[in-house]
Ligand binder design. Structure first.
Ligand SMILES: [Zn+2]
Length: 564
């Protein structure tokens, strides 16, 4: 495990970001190991790989049009309007409508019902929009004092902090900061009322960065390769003066369902294949029982991480600050330390300086996230490769978990074995660090498990009964697996896509630590004994499922848990 992880999380892998050469090196290594262990390729066309259509995409400023009927010239992109960046299952990237009447829809995220008789086939114009609704991180006016921030360390504290934050926002939510434009917080009233496009008034309050980004090139999956779960409408953001022109009066005087001038829109989020492959790596160990070999026990982890940061920081200073003030790393906002905290930080930095000079660091190595899961999957594969359980085992190294759970989504939408034949899935993410000093309820045998019983009570029972009879009992922490979903924990890794497709799945982690999404997530901080102990446990659980007579029975989605 140690030998593997020092290679996989080496600086030469450059943070293994999707679509970058470092990730190709990392996935090459995983495929080579699968081959060396004697497994069978489980990707596309008899290969180890399942390639995702990944590449640059964006709106062409010169080809994008937004025209108000009666105007002699189109509106000026970037000044009068911008196309909204697509959001899966909410905002689409392609507009093609001609002379369609606009209708004022009131405030975005309001609850006023929109009458389909007024909105069907028309363009719904909202005040505000998803670009303006994000709470963001850190709040207004710079960083706060650390002792003024709510305690989010561990699931119970996070539930309380999340609930307080939701109450402060007016009751909606359960989101933990960040991403303002997620489909699950989208106002779907206009879509439900049959509108053909959305317009948001508020370009003046949109950040200069977001306006620039509208016509910039991004990297992404080829649009249209998977049917959206919910209808996607194209959307544009306009200024208040354009709105005034549409409706002939100031926005403040508008009433819901007021009809405005017709508009014509044409923009397209055009995509092309990128120069560097983005791929899942998949291997199979065929089962020994002809009757059960077409059924699979799945184990997965994600091979990508966050690449290289734009600016370098001093490694030891960042780690000292985060150890003291951001115990869950990037989950916690930066804050101003108290005098006592500052003393502890200074002493940690002084200790580091006594053995080495400052070290500039910009590489997000992702040793724990999710080098640990990826390498532990190989350790488990190595052990299975010497055995032949009745059912087959499928090993999947997911691409692009960071920023979109893309590889797991691609796999469940384009499975290389029948999805209904996957009897149970095990997703390991951050399985390298769970010391009692690092994680709430941590310790040498700790493991956080989430979700096993959401679809199949029996799957959860199997895990518990395996643990009960082992000599090396794990201390299973289920505090994160509660319906309040602290910090949206369950929704943030690849298990989401399996549970959506009715595959029983357990999320296995040792927990968030101070190195989460930091340049300090490096292999020297991993607790290899703990990882190895967890690997033996996961192997035992998978073995039990692979040899038992019946697959875990699916009871259906437990309605007590929110759907991601
Ligand atoms: Zn991860």
């Amino acid at each position: 495990m140690r030998t593997r992880l020092y290679q996989f999380a080496d600086d030469s892998m450059l943070g293994r970001r999707i679509g970058e050469p470092g990730n190709v090196k990392g996935t090459d290594y995983i495929a080579r190991e699968f081959a060396r262990l004697g497994l069978k390729p489980g990707g596309d066309n008899g290969t180890w790989y399942q390639e995702l259509p990944w590449g640059p995409l964006g709106f062409d400023r010169n080809a994008s049009r937004f025209i108000v009927a009666g105007d002699r010239a189109p509106l000026l992109g970037g000044t009068d309007w911008i196309p909204a960046v697509p959001v899966t299952n909410a905002i689409g990237g392609r507009a093609e409508f001609t002379n369609v009447p606009t209708v004022f829809a009131g405030r975005w995220n309001d609850t006023t019902a929109l009458d389909p008789n007024r909105f069907r086939g028309r363009v719904a114009v909202f005040l505000g929009g998803p670009m303006a609704t994000g709470g963001g991180r850190g709040g207004r006016g710079g960083p706060q004092r650390c002792d003024a921030l709510p305690d989010r360390f561990g699931a119970a504290a996070a539930v309380i902090a999340d609930a307080a934050a939701a109450a402060a926002r007016g009751g909606r939510g359960g989101r933990a900061g960040g991403n303002p434009a997620a489909a699950d917080t989208m106002d779907a009233r206009a879509t439900a009322a049959g509108a053909v496009a959305l317009v948001f008034i508020g370009l003046e309050s949109t950040s200069a960065t977001a306006i620039r980004a509208a016509f910039a090139t991004r990297m992404g999956i080829q649009p249209g390769t998977a049917p959206p779960a919910r209808p996607e409408l194209p959307a544009a953001v306009i200024t208040a003066s354009v709105a005034n022109k549409l409706f002939g009066k100031p926005v403040a005087e508008l009433n819901v369902a007021d009809i405005g001038k017709s508009v014509t829109g044409a923009w397209n989020d055009a995509w092309r294949k990128g120069p560097v492959a983005a791929r899942n790596v998949i291997a199979i160990l065929p089962g020994s029982d002809p009757a059960r070999a077409n059924e699979y026990v799945l184990v997965g982890a994600h091979n990508d991480h966050n690449g290289v940061a734009a600016t370098a920081v001093d490694h030891d200073s960042v780690r000292a600050v985060n150890t003291v003030t951001r115990r869950q790393g990037g989950n916690d906002p930066a804050c101003i330390p108290t005098a006592d905290q500052q003393r502890r930080i200074d002493s940690m930095i002084a200790r580091a300086r006594s053995i080495r000079p400052p070290r500039a660091d910009s590489i997000n190595n992702g040793a724990d996230d999710d080098g640990s899961g990826s390498m532990l999957m190989l350790e488990i594969a190595e052990r299975f490769a010497k055995e032949r359980p009745a059912r087959s085992i499928i090993f999947i190294s997911h691409q692009g978990e960071e920023g979109g759970l893309r590889g797991s989504r691609w796999f469940v939408d384009h499975p290389t074995v029948p999805l209904e034949n996957i009897v149970a899935a095990h997703n390991m993410d951050m399985v390298g660090k769970g010391r009692v000093t690092e994680v709430k309820y941590g310790g040498p045998t700790s493991v956080q498990l989430l979700g096993a019983r959401r679809l199949s009570r029996e799957f959860g029972d199997i895990i518990d009964s395996v643990n009960a009879v082992r000599t090396e009992t794990m201390a299973i922490d289920r505090s994160w697996d509660v319906t309040a979903n602290p910090m949206r924990r369950f929704c943030r890794s690849d298990q989401v896509n399996y549970v959506r497709k009715n595959v029983p799945v357990v999320y296995i982690s040792l927990g968030y630590t101070q190195d989460y999404h930091q340049v300090t997530d490096e292999p020297q901080y991993i607790d290899y004994e703990h990882s190895a102990r967890l690997g033996r446990f996961v192997y035992d659980v998978m073995w039990a499922i692979a040899v038992r007579k019946d697959r875990p029975a699916i009871a259906g989605h437990d309605p007590a848990y929110p759907v991601c």
